[in-house]
Design a protein around this ligand. Structure first.
Ligand code: URA
Length: 209
């Protein structure tokens, strides 16, 4: 169990309230945890289940974990944003309106920045696995392209949110950070499957050396 201060939880819920984002899914896993995986935001399934990565992306994540010889008990899993950002979409045939998942925007990322910083502090990870560009830009390089560093082992400070001055500042502490594809990326781009497994092989070799 991760004991997140009540005031941090309350602020996160209050900050996200003005946006089209629903539910509130905390992370899951061992605390402390040597390895922390950070995704983007929960989707419809996760909000329904109250757990991260229980939908289609989660099945892909489980495949990748088992390729590494891990289970979810070996890691702490969370996301940059804890609520599900949605947009209204019209079904082409029936015209029926429904909510579709979407990427969180910068304001939503900021709404939960203090919460993510707190989760990282409490999980005390040595290694941060960033699943996708949203996590990479939030923690490493606001305008950076994750595709340029996929599977690399970075030893670096991470960006933390300074609430008083409303800006992101580098942490004093350095972490081992490995940017990886978001597990859902393969659904949009099946051609990257080989590259995903190459980056997992690299990850395995860093962590076992
Ligand atoms: N994508 C994420 O980043 N997190 C989830 O929990 C589910 C999908």
């Amino acid at each position: 169990m991760m004991n997140i201060p009540e005031e941090v939880m309350e602020r996160a819920k209050k900050n996200i309230a003005p946006f089209d984002a629903e539910g509130f899914v905390l992370g899951k896993g061992q605390v402390p945890s040597e390895i922390m995986m950070i995704g983007e935001a929960p989707g419809e399934n996760e909000v329904y289940d109250g757990e991260p990565f229980t939908g289609r992306a989660g099945k892909e994540l489980d495949k990748q974990l088992s390729y590494l010889g891990w289970t979810r008990d070996d890691v702490y899993i969370t996301s940059v944003v804890r609520s599900r950002p949605y947009k209204w979409e019209k079904r082409p045939k029936s015209g029926e309106k429904r909510k579709a998942n979407r990427k969180p925007n910068q304001k939503e990322v900021k709404a939960h920045a203090e919460l993510l910083d707190t989760q990282i502090r409490l999980a005390e990870p040595k290694v941060l696995l960033l699943l996708g560009g949203v996590a990479y830009q939030r923690l490493i390089d606001e305008k950076g392209k994750i595709s340029e560093v996929i599977g690399e082992k970075l030893e670096t400070p991470i960006l933390t949110y300074d609430r008083e001055n409303d800006r992101y500042v580098p942490s004093e502490e350095e972490y081992i950070v490995i940017p990886l594809y978001h597990p859902a990326a393969v659904f949009y781009n099946p051609g990257i499957r080989d590259s995903i497994y190459e980056s997992l092989d690299r990850l395995n070799s860093y962590l076992s050396s």
